[in-house]
Each structure stands twice: as structure tokens, then as C-alpha cells.
Design a protein around this ligand. Structure first.
Ligand code: FAD
Ligand code: MG
Length: 339
């Protein structure tokens, strides 16, 4: 799960130092969307507002989950090859965003990846390497061109029977942006939203201090941060080999999948972190850049101004875009940092 443990403890540290000077409700943590979600409103958190925020998350889950029954996504999936299904406008909006990433990555990022996700079951107790036949069947059902949206009547149709949507690569970013809207509507300008490591900060830590966000060593489970970076009013989202995986015969199989081979993506990267204003963009981009690999990923990033990235490579070097490297605080002597 995306940097969960580390970020939670790091977050706790942030909180402790802040709590010492102000009276407030503690941050709220609940398990939603298959992951640990924490919201910290510091000295402005009330029971009612935390409830409103988590209720919004549960509502989004009840619309966007591919695992629960009667959600938009599961109904669209169940009707694949048969009939278009009416969906909530926000499902349509999110799906359209996801399909933009499909176009920009020539299908390496594909929200119709559902059959392959289900074939691997990574993150569940049933995770296992699928047979070649299962993989071929799943791969034959993935094609974002066959996801047909009718914006006039808000329907989605998956053209081939057996096709399935899975918005796991982008929905938490969308959810974080939605929470931010609620927080700002209450005139609160200092908060951290952490949806399973999908971080969105609002404002600054204090009037003259940025938030300090840590990025984990992708090779060590629950390891210490290998670097920290100061940010304000930004989302920080990482996709990598360590978020969800299982091990079989000494080999790790992670959850970001290659739609050509059907296997977990293998390239030069251990993880990619995206730093940008909107969390949906950070989430969509982090998965997209990870599946593309560093070279094509950098080309994709050129189309996203005001976006910074940190690449952690298998050969233990770290690259940061633009002037970001000068702001990063490297904590590990095992890694080298370049611009
Ligand atoms: P990201 O890099 O952001 O995304 C990786 C995920 O995207 C994969 O897990 C897969 O789902 C998908 N993906 C893989 N390869 C590709 C590709 N090539 N193109 C496009 N997408 C790809 N998990 C549970 O275990 N139980 C639940 O009940 C559950 N409910 C959820 C409900 C919702 C609404 C959402 C959004 C997610 C849910 N999850 C659930 C998934 C869980 O939270 C995932 O760990 C998470 O979505 C993966 O995101 P990430 O940030 O770790 O990685
Ligand atoms: Mg993502």
C-alpha cells in the first residue's frame, strides 16, 4: 500500500510537533477504498467536519468501487457487451479523465484493465500468478477505445462482454480533490489529506514553514524515508513496486500491470513521485509515468506544466525534475541524487 506506514508515522510526527502548540481534535483515520485514509485539520477539526469528509469518501467508494456490488463501476462492468448503463456525472467525469491518460500513454494506462487486475488479485489473500490462458483472456478484454461514453444521457457502455473498468489508478486523486473542496468551503486553509499515501496538502504547515513530506525507500517494506521534500498547497503521489505486491518463489509481483505482457510492469524504475496542484493529475500521472518508464515518462511530463517528478531507479539513483533536486533533503547514503 502506497507508503502507508511510513507516511502515517511521518504524519504523526508532523502532528505531534504541531499539536504541542495548539489545542485541537486529533486527525481522523478510517479504512476506505481498500486503504488507510487520514485527514488532519489541525486546530480546526470538528467531529461534524471530519464526519462530512469521511461520508464523502464512503459515498465516492459506493459509486466508484469495482469490488462492491451496485456501484456505477460494477453495474457498468456487469452489463459489458450487453447494454449501456446510466452513471453519476462524477463517474463520467472521472472516467473521461482516465481516458485522457489512456490517449496520452497510447493505452499503457488503461481504466479497462479490470479483467487483468481480477486475474492477479494482488492485495487480496488470493493473489497468484495467473495461467497463460487466463492472462490471454484478460488481455483480450482490455481496450480503452471500447469504453463508450454518452455524455448526453450519462451512460457508459463497454463494447465487449467481459470487459471491466478499474479506476484504482486515479480515483483516490479525484477523491482527495473533492475533500479539498469541502475543506476550503469551510474556510479552512491548513490541512493534510492522506488517502493511502495519496497526499494532498492545503496551505502551509505554519505561516512560515512548508509541509515536509517523506518518500519511502521502495525496496524496504515500511522503511524509513530516503528523502524529504518541502511543499505547500500541492499533491504528492507515488506509484511504485512496493505499494501492493505478493511474493512467489522468492520473486515479488507488484500491482501496476503491463497491458502488453499481462505481468507487473518491469522497467528501470522502482517508483515515481509526482508533485502537482491537483491530486487527480498527480495520481493519473504517477501510474502513467511508472508504466511508461523513465524516458517515455519524461516526455509525457513535458505536457504537464507546473508538475515536478522524482524518479527512483533500480540502480539506486534518484532523479528530480527542474529545480526540485535543490529542495530535496536526501537521507540515505545508498542513493545518489541528480537533476
Ligand atoms: P496507483 O499506481 O495509483 O494505481 C495502481 C492501481 O491501478 C492497481 O492496483 C490497479 O487497480 C490499477 N492499474 C494497474 N495497472 C494499470 C494500468 N496499466 N493502467 C491503469 N490502471 C492500472 N482495494 C482493496 O483491496 N479492497 C477494496 O475494497 C478496494 N476498494 C477500492 C475502492 C475504490 C473506489 C478505489 C479507488 C480503490 C479501491 N481499492 C480497493 C484499491 C486500493 O485502494 C488500491 O491499492 C489503489 O487504488 C491502488 O492505488 P495506488 O495509489 O496504490 O497505486
Ligand atoms: Mg495513480
Amino acid at each position: 500500500m502506497k507508503q502507508n506506514s511510513f507516511l502515517l508515522s511521518f504524519f504523526l510526527l508532523l502532528s505531534i510537533s504541531f499539536f504541542s502548540c495548539t489545542q485541537k481534535l486529533p486527525p481522523h483515520t478510517e479504512y476506505v477504498m481498500g486503504t488507510i485514509c487520514t485527514i488532519n485539520l489541525f486546530d480546526q477539526g470538528t467531529e461534524e467536519l471530519y464526519r462530512e469528509l469521511f461520508d464523502r469518501l464512503y459515498t465516492l467508494e459506493s459509486v466508484l468501487s469495482a469490488n462492491l456490488q451496485n456501484t456505477d463501476i460494477s453495474e457498468i462492468n456487469n452489463a459489458s457487451g450487453v447494454i449501456p448503463v446510466q452513471a453519476n456525472p462524477e463517474t463520467i467525469e472521472l472516467l473521461k479523465e482516465a481516458l485522457l491518460f489512456s490517449q496520452k500513454t497510447e493505452g499503457s494506462f488503461d481504466p479497462s484493465i479490470g479483467p487483468l487486475v481480477k486475474a492477479w488479485n494482488i492485495g487480496t489473500d488470493y493473489a497468484a500468478i495467473p495461467s497463460q490462458k487466463e492472462l490471454q483472456t484478460a488481455l483480450s478484454l482490455i481496450d480503452f477505445h471500447k469504453v463508450i461514453i454518452n455524455s448526453q444521457n450519462n451512460t457508459v457502455f463497454l463494447e465487449k462482454k467481459g470487459m471491466k473498468l478499474d479506476l484504482g489508478a486515479i480515483a483516490k486523486g479525484y477523491a482527495a480533490d473533492e475533500l479539498k473542496k469541502i475543506i476550503l468551503s469551510h474556510n479552512i486553509h491548513q490541512a493534510i489529506i492522506d488517502l493511502g499515501g495519496n497526499i494532498l496538502t492545503i496551505g502551509k504547515k505554519t505561516s512560515n514553514k512548508d509541509w515536509n513530506i517523506g518518500i519511502r525507500d521502495p525496496q524496504i517494506s515500511n522503511g524509513n524515508p530516503i528523502l524529504t521534500l518541502p511543499i505547500q498547497d500541492k499533491s504528492v503521489v507515488t506509484s511504485g513496486i512496493y505499494e501492493r505486491y505478493f511474493e512467489q518463489e522468492g520473486k515479488k509481483y507488484h500491482h501496476i500491470l503491463d497491458i502488453k505482457t499481462g505481468y507487473p510492469v518491469e522497467n528501470d524504475l522502482l517508483s515515481v513521485t509526482i508533485i502537482t496542484g491537483k491530486s487527480i493529475e498527480a495520481d493519473g500521472l504517477s501510474t502513467s509515468v511508472f508504466v511508461l518508464g523513465s524516458e517515455k515518462g519524461k516526455t509525457l511530463l513535458r505536457g504537464f506544466p507546473d508538475t515536478e517528478a522524482i524518479f527512483i531507479f533500480k540502480d539506486k539513483h534518484i532523479e528530480a525534475t527542474g529545480e526540485l533536486a535543490s529542495r530535496i533533503h536526501l537521507l540515505s547514503s545508498e542513493y545518489t541524487l541528480t537533476q
